[in-house]
Design a protein around this ligand. Structure first.
Ligand code: PEP
Ligand code: MG
Length: 570
């Protein structure tokens, strides 16, 4: 038995078999000349590798169902891949290059693929630009076959596994919704990282900051994930296993007990009412929110729509057409019926790198401070326009509110609203129905926004405080970086004062205010926020019943005393 100590990223206890995710293999392309007699041999090597990949894709195509929407997207992609693999023009170019410049086929294929992708990227045509990524993807697989590289496929993780890895990219997290994952044991990742947020949404215990765990744990070993204590127990002895089995059972019973809160209103012991909304990242999670008795959706992180798996070898990100976005927003609005649904415009960049063709991306030295969220969509306005069009078209199906992320100035709000107006005019001229009165609110998640909340309140229809980024940017502490995790303190007086200032500004201007950062989902911070006057909280849907239970045990006076203590830093 061995115990690893880390930090709690998602509470709860579970046990399962370790699945250690290997670190990605770097593709190194060799370069060497070949004699003219060997040119044919090289070409045959290429065609064998290409045919093998074609066969694999055909097998995958056969396994797809005809009616699932997700499978339809996969099918289209696989069919495109097959066409690309047999594109006579590209194959001819490749052969001519090999004959005129006799080098090993991996080297020639790498150069020609990049050249082909570059031509598509520069075509100025959206469809072709997007195909550039497909070309790199599919011929990358042929290269892997030639080089005998077997890339790891996240889909190989079986149900019931505890994922042990150095880190998980937001796009890898698709697995959390597709499989029954027993827990996460990661070396890297902060408690407010998106992986942690998703783990909490799916009720998966997670411990981060586990140095060297990938070297010391082997796939198949039994692990206990104690997400509450921040511990991983490797190969537990009988006594420990039986203690934990009892604790897991108790947790199950508690979960069962709090189910009674699902249909009850959220209120304190002395009757002060709260609205508890859900944070979601996919339309499917809206169903969980409805099931958990959410009063609406307080935050739909739309960037997760752009992250969906579609190739065998890697999870890749994708563009979202207006139509696909429209369908996603409409389905969430319909699930939530007349309850409010706050949909946030794309918050890509930072740690949520989306490499779809319609998202310009250049490596940044400091991405968290870079071209993220509203900065990105105001620079590449087509992204925002497409999203607004999809949102306004969906607006007639429910109670929509639009939210802008990472605002630092009133100008940004005004500019985004101008684009929204242009879109509304366009839709009107096309006779497409929409709701003209969709409120447009903003996230308060930078110190700049908190300090100037009085000005921002005059141009915004509502505020929602994003305490994850507000903490990060106010304290200058990267929310993802485990080495500075002890400094990431949501109760820091600077953060609390900014929250207080924001509440005052919203109240003065009489606009609604909520909190949708992780502070809204944890019992200790909810107490402070509630005592400061927050009545609207948005959290992972599975947290709703727990927060209702906590509020039901306390009075408003007690809550005020708790927040006064925190604000006075006593
Ligand atoms: C936040 O920053 O608190 C927030 C809710 O947004 P995200 O976690 O998606 O950055
Ligand atoms: Mg944020």
């Amino acid at each position: 038995m061995n115990i690893f100590l880390g930090i709690s990223a998602s509470t709860g206890i579970n046990t399962g078999k370790a699945f250690v995710i290997p670190e990605p293999v770097q593709r190194i392309i060799p370069q060497f000349p070949v004699s003219s007699q060997d040119v044919e041999k090289e070409w045959n090597r290429f065609t064998r590798a290409k045919d093998k990949i074609s066969e694999k894709i055909k097998r995958q195509l056969d396994s797809l169902s005809n009616d699932s929407k997700q499978d339809k997207i996969q099918r289209e992609l696989f069919e495109t891949y097959l066409l690309m693999l047999d594109d006579p023009v590209f194959l001819e170019e490749l052969k001519t290059e090999l004959e005129g410049n006799p080098f090993n086929i991996e080297y020639i294929l790498d150069i020609k693929t990049e050249e082909y992708a570059g031509r598509l990227r520069n075509s100025g045509n959206d469809y072709l630009t997007e195909r550039a990524q497909d070309i790199c993807d599919i011929f990358g697989r042929v290269l892997n076959e030639l080089l005998n590289i077997r890339p790891f496929n996240i889909e190989q993780v079986p149900d019931g596994s505890v994922i042990v890895a150095k880190e998980m990219n937001p796009s890898d997290t698709i697995i959390l919704s597709k499989r029954k994952i027993a827990g996460l044991a990661l070396i890297e990742g902060g408690v407010s990282s998106h992986v942690a947020i998703l783990a909490r949404n799916y009720d998966i215990p997670a411990v981060f900051g586990l140095e060297k765990i990938t070297k010391q744990v082997h796939t198949g070993e039994r692990l206990i994930v104690d997400g509450t204590a921040g511990e991983i127990i490797q190969s537990p002895d009988e006594q420990t296993l039986s203690d934990y089995t009892r604790k897991i059972e108790e947790e199950k019973q508690h979960k069962q007990k709090i189910l009674e809160f699902r249909d009850k209103p959220a209120q304190t012991k002395d009757g002060t009412k709260f609205n508890l909304y859900a944070n979601i990242g996919t339309p499917d999670e809206a169903k969980i929110a409805a099931e958990e008795g959410a009063d609406g959706i307080g935050l739909f992180r739309t960037e997760f729509l752009f992250m969906s798996e579609s190739s065998e070898s890697q999870v890749r990100t994708r563009s979202m057409s207006e139509e696909e976005q429209f369908e996603a927003y409409k389905s969430v609005l319909e699930v939530m019926k007349d309850k409010p649904v706050v949909i946030r415009t794309l918050d890509a960049g930072g740690d949520k790198i989306i490499s779809a063709a319609d998202l310009p991306y250049e490596e940044e030295k400091n991405p968290m401070m870079g071209l993220r969220a509203i900065r990105l969509t105001l620079q590449f306005t087509q992204l925002l326009k497409t999203q607004f069009r999809a949102l306004y078209r969906a607006s007639i199906y429910g109670n929509l509110k639009i939210m802008l992320p990472l605002i630092t100035s009133t100008e940004q709000v005004i500019k985004a609203k101008e684009i929204a107006h242009q879109v509304m005019e366009e839709l009107e001229s096309e006779n497409i129905p929409f709701n003209k009165d969709v409120p447009i609110g903003i996230m308060i998640e930078t110190a700049a926004a908190g300090i100037t909340a009085d000005c921002l309140a005059k141009v915004s229809d509502f505020f929602s405080i994003g305490t994850n980024d507000l903490t990060q940017y106010t304290l200058g502490v990267d929310r993802e970086n485990i080495s500075v995790a002890p400094l990431y303190n949501e109760f820091h007086l600077a953060v609390l004062r900014l929250i207080q200032k924001t509440i005052e500004a919203a109240n003065d201007q009489k606009i609604p205010i909520s909190v949708c950062g992780e502070m809204a989902s944890k019992t200790d911070s909810v107490m402070v926020l509630a005592g400061m006057g927050i009545r609207n909280l948005s959290m992972g849907p599975r947290r709703i019943s727990y927060i209702k239970e906590n509020l039901s045990n306390i009075t408003i006076d007690e809550l005020q005393a708790i927040s006064a203590k925190s604000l006075n830093n006593l």
